[in-house]
Design a protein around this ligand. Sequence first.
Ligand SMILES: [Zn+2]
Length: 110
Amino acid sequence: MARNRVLRPPPSGNVKAKRAINETKLLRAELQKAMLIIESLWEMLREKHGLTDDDLYKKIYEIDMRDGTLDGKNQRKAVECPDCGHMVAPRHPACIYCGRVIDNSLFTLV
Ligand SMILES: [Zn+2]
């Protein structure tokens, strides 16, 4: 027997738009905080270890090219699981079919 539940109407387009705006503001604030931390870490490396901006550009290029494409991203593309052959989307650090760890990078976005 089906339960009688109070159904809420689906959110209107205006409510969805406000949620999206708030989410964007939150992401922007988190990005600004992350950029501040990165800049601080980079300045400490320059000052304490003598690295240069050219060293940083070379490392960025090296990491960007690890997937074979110079696109300003370091996130991997979908790959075939070496154990079971299923395709593993970049958002999954491990194969969802067999559990084989595909990407254990600390810098993978999920
Ligand atoms: Zn697999």
